[in-house]
Design a binder for this molecule. Structure first.
Ligand code: PRX
Length: 636
């Protein structure tokens, strides 16, 4: 087990050591794991290709470290408590021993269905224990999992299945989400019609609704597991063998398959988890993220198991049956560590304290925040009403590409400052640069956030497109990994994340490429062109504002708006639906045809007083139309 830093002094010494001797620092962190063969070299890297290899030559299986190594000491300890969508349904729990058996059993099922080391398996499932079991079963065999959030549309799912060339898809009949019943299997049926790489679909039973089972393609989870052995030897993986692909949004339309590998990811997951949350024996941890996002991968499945923690998997939503659901869950399971997103906090804050007061939250020791900047008001509400001013809040900054938390307070150790991600973890070397890539030294500076040295869970490539990986992250500033975030280092040297500086927006903590949403809107037959920007939204952090040019005015504005929302839902999913749609005559384009998004952002923010220099626009008059909210004349 990785030892925690337990004072600020120790943190500072560790930080200095990690910079002076990174390889020595990480070799020590990695030494507590079960390696089938020790590594030959701790690190080889260059950010030009880029090529980063950690613990090269080492052999291991991450599931042996998540499960097998705990069996002797904590086999009967609960690994996962499952809290179903409907609180009146019984909880389920799995001890480490039981989870180990289920993972092995399902790994054997995957084998029986033709899955081998290196094959890609796509998981499109609700938050049921089978999802975590399936993730680990893939890792047990050395198959690469690609989990797709079960709110994405059939078309988005099909794109991701095809990009990864997944051989098998895992799903469920349906899903419960609040008072909704979502036909998950039907979405998969639609998606696999255009994904000829798929040979098998394994379906877990959750809602019991009627589904179509196609002969030769679809099989039931519960039937496949009957009579199957609960023993499965863990495949020996090279440290740099692929562990998973996770799709995320970028500034262009096509989603990017971020690739993480085995050894470095494992070491960084446990290291960051134990240190940031200061988790110990007997603690109960609840991360509310869906396993379809990186937070669910690292801090719901892998890190808590690596650290031997008991954690909660929650199927539902924070507002069902009412806005007290999280707080009821904390009381019920005596949760000590609670990790959620600012969006959830803001929406629960808006529901009022009557939903908080009935519950005993005294078990809590540490609160966490992730996914977007947390505003001052939400920070204080969380601190005062949930933490009772007694629980450190760890504002954890990281990304799908970083694999783990890079900048965050260590609970109870780092002096806090509301809304600040504070300081880098030892082993993480942030730099701020200006637009030319010059490093901004010292404090009280603001610039683009980059990393100048690799950490073990850094992105290795984009699946099937290494050049895109190089261009996106390693070419903007030579020799640096560019995060895409703006950031301030204040007079104390603390980091405050300011938000994305590229064409990516962060809606309710979910990353969305503006181009992705535009492409979807443009699929509507009446639309010529569109431009999408983010704007400040009280609950979601950022909302989606779409400017749309129409060519067909035969329907009313309201009908068109609704149809556009339906198209976006069909192509991406409900999370990408614009909050506002403004029909315009033209978009502010420069003579070279580039949309001046700065202007669109200002108008969307409601700040039209100073739009800056518009002289390079091809047709400056479009700005007045947009500013005035002028609508195109509608032929009714
Ligand atoms: O803009 C930053 C924001 O979320 C982006 C990463 O999104 P994603 O890959 O989906 O991962 C989210 C969960 C790790 C970042 O580029 N972000 C994430 N955490 C924070 C944050 N912004 C401010 N403060 C944070 N704590």
């Amino acid at each position: 087990m990785i030892k925690k830093f337990d004072s600020f002094d120790e943190y500072q010494k560790a930080y200095d050591k990690s910079v002076a001797d990174p390889e020595g620092f990480w070799a020590e962190k990695a030494s507590g794991f079960n390696w089938k063969k020790k590594w030959d070299k701790v690190l080889e890297w260059n950010f030009d290709e880029p090529k980063v290899e950690w613990f090269k030559g080492g052999k291991l299986n991450i599931t042996e470290n998540c499960l097998d190594r705990h069996l002797a000491t904590r086999g009967d300890q609960v690994a996962f408590i499952w809290e179903p969508n409907d609180p009146s349904e019984a909880n389920k729990s799995l001890t480490y021993k039981e989870l180990h058996a289920e993972v092995c059993r399902f790994a054997n099922v995957l084998k029986k269905n033709g899955v081998k080391k290196g094959d890609r398996v796509c998981l499109y499932m609700p938050m049921i224990p089978e999802l975590a079991i399936a993730v680990l079963a893939c890792a047990r065999l050395g198959a690469v999992h690609s989990v797709v959030f079960a709110g994405f549309s059939a078309s988005a799912l099909s794109d991701r299945i095809n990009d990864a060339k997944a051989k098998v898809v895992l799903t469920s009949d349906g899903a419960y989400r609040g008072n909704k019943n979502i036909p998950v299997k039907a979405v998969v049926d639609e998606a696999v019609k255009t994904a000829s790489c798929v040979e098998k679909v394994i379906v877990a039973k959750r809602t019991g609704e009627n589904v179509t089972m196609k002969d030769g393609l679809d099989v039931w989870w519960h039937e496949e597991t009957k009579g199957i052995s609960a023993e499965c030897e863990a495949e020996s993986m090279d440290s740099e063998d692929m562990l998973f692909i996770l799709y995320t949004s970028g500034s262009t339309g096509q989603p990017k398959g971020v690739v993480h590998t085995t050894g470095g990811y494992m070491v960084y997951a446990e290291y960051s988890f134990r240190n940031v949350f200061q988790i110990g024996d007997g603690d109960v941890y609840w991360c509310t993220a869906d396993i379809g996002w990186i937070t669910g991968h690292t801090y719901l499945v892998y890190a808590p198991l690596l650290a031997g923690t008991t954690s909660v998997i929650f199927e539902g939503v924070p507002t069902f049956p009412d806005a007290g659901r999280f707080w009821a869950g904390i009381q019920k399971h005596k949760v000590t560590h609670f990790y959620t997103a600012p969006t959830a906090i803001r929406s629960l804050m808006a529901s009022g304290l009557d939903f908080v007061k009935p519950y005993d939250l005294s078990s809590l020791k540490v609160l966490g925040s992730v996914g977007e900047p947390i505003n001052e008001e939400a920070w204080h509400w969380y601190n005062d009403n949930i933490g009772n001013k007694n629980c450190p809040i760890v504002d954890t900054w990281w990304q799908t590409e970083t694999g783990g938390i890079l900048i965050s307070p260590l609970a109870g150790i780092t002096p806090l400052k509301p809304t600040c991600a504070t300081l880098p973890l030892p082993g993480v070397q942030p730099v701020l640069v200006d637009s030319e890539g010059n490093e901004l030294k010292g404090n009280d500076v603001e610039g683009n956030l980059c990393m100048k040295y690799p950490w073990p869970s850094i992105i290795r490539t984009l699946y099937g497109d290494h050049e895109r990986c190089r261009q996106t992250y390693f070419s903007t500033y030579k020799g640096l990994y560019f995060t895409g975030d703006g950031c301030k280092r204040d007079h104390d040297g603390y980091y405050r994340i300011l938000g994305r500086v590229d064409d990516v927006i962060n809606v309710s903590g979910h990353r969305m490429g503006t181009a992705e949403v535009e492409n979807a809107i443009n699929e509507h037959s009446a639309v010529i062109e569109s431009a999408v920007v983010g704007y400040p939204h009280d609950i979601k952090g950022q909302g989606i504002y779409a400017y749309v040019i129409l060519e067909d005015f035969s329907k009313t504005e309201d009908v068109l708006r609704k149809e556009i929302l339906d198209v976006v839902t069909k192509i991406i999913g409900p999370i990408a639906k614009p909050d506002k749609i403004q029909f315009v005559k033209g978009l502010p384009k420069t003579r070279s045809g580039k949309i001046m998004r700065r202007i669109l952002r200002k108008v969307a923010e409601g700040d039209v007083s100073n739009l800056g220099d518009t002289s390079t626009l091809l047709d400056p008059s479009v700005v007045d139309d947009i500013k005035g909210g002028a609508l195109v004349p509608l032929k009714v």
